[in-house]
Design a protein around this ligand. Structure first.
Ligand SMILES: Nc1ncnc2c1ncn2[C@@H]1O[C@H](COP(=O)(O)OP(=O)(O)OP(=O)(O)O)[C@@H](O)[C@H]1O
Ligand SMILES: [Mg+2]
Length: 248
């Protein structure tokens, strides 16, 4: 059974902008998927829909074969099924201090305090920000806040992990650390969906690329097929990957 299946999804913001136009897709367990497309093409809107933050005006969304339900009880249950790290950490980070923020979702899940503390320490360490544990969130840089949001989502150990432009704002060391974390998640059989503008990362890492244009899913293809087709790359408006440009 596929963890995610969307059929003919449409979504229009209250302002009248149609952000998702008849989107249908299937994502399989353990797949490494990237979401690409120009600014404003609908990537974050698709993530918001998958996370249940916005509700489609039409179409169906199935997660693990069950129709998605838009109620608090279902959403709480979903914490261990699907985790979403927002593009903008200022939208996601809700507590005043780093340790409190990473603990937030775990406490909502009803875990006992010793287990919460254990997971907070484990995931601060994994994301390389143990030294920020007692800091006020407001004193952090944007990149540091992104890492706090990442630690908070990973600590809930969801099966499907969605990261919206996770490399934006990260320095070289933190980018390398994130790549290593992604490998660990893959080894644990997680399904990963990542949005990025970095074609080199896509070509090295992903199994499948989804490409959005003006709210429409214009490609759903293997990354190999994508980067070996120059016409498609030009049509989709994405950058070619270096290793495919030198005759590989
Ligand atoms: N909260 C909102 N209210 C109204 N319109 C919105 C809102 N968020 C996004 N949009 C619009 O929906 C469309 C899709 O935006 P979205 O943020 O999904 O694009 P994106 O592909 O994630 O872009 P980027 O690469 O810049 O992050 C855009 O036209 C955008 O202006
Ligand atoms: Mg976005």
């Amino acid at each position: 059974m596929s963890p995610i299946k969307l059929s003919n999804i449409n979504y229009t913001y209250p302002s009248g902008i149609k952000a998702l136009n008849n989107v249908s897709l299937t994502i399989n367990k353990g797949e490494k998927v990237v979401l690409m497309g120009a600014n404003g093409s609908g990537k974050s809107s698709l993530f918001l829909l998958l996370a249940g933050v916005i509700k489609p005006e039409s179409g169906s969304y199935q997660i693990n074969g069950e129709s998605f339900r838009y109620c608090r009880k279902w959403r709480n249950k979903l914490c261990q099924e699907i985790g979403y790290v927002f593009q903008d950490p200022d939208v996601q980070v809700v507590s005043t201090h780093v340790d409190e923020d990473v603990a937030f979702g775990l406490r909502n899940m009803g875990l006992k305090e010793p287990m919460v503390q254990e997971l907070v320490d484990e995931y601060l360490e994994l994301t390389g920000i143990s030294h920020l544990k007692d800091k006020s969130v407001h004193s952090l840089s944007y990149g540091q806040k992104k890492q706090v949001a990442l630690a908070g989502v990973l600590a809930m150990e969801p099966q499907i992990v969605m990261l919206d432009e996770p490399f934006a704002w990260l320095d070289y060391q933190q980018s390398q650390r994130l790549k290593a974390i992604l490998e660990q998640l893959v080894d644990r059989g997680k399904t990963l969906i990542i949005s990025t503008h970095n074609s080199d990362f896509v070509s090295e890492w992903a199994d499948k690329a989804l490409v959005m244009k003006g709210g429409t899913l214009t490609a759903d293809t293997s990354t190999n097929a994508l980067f070996t087709n120059d016409c498609l790359i030009e049509e989709l408006g994405i950058a070619p990957a270096q290793r495919h440009m030198i005759g590989c």
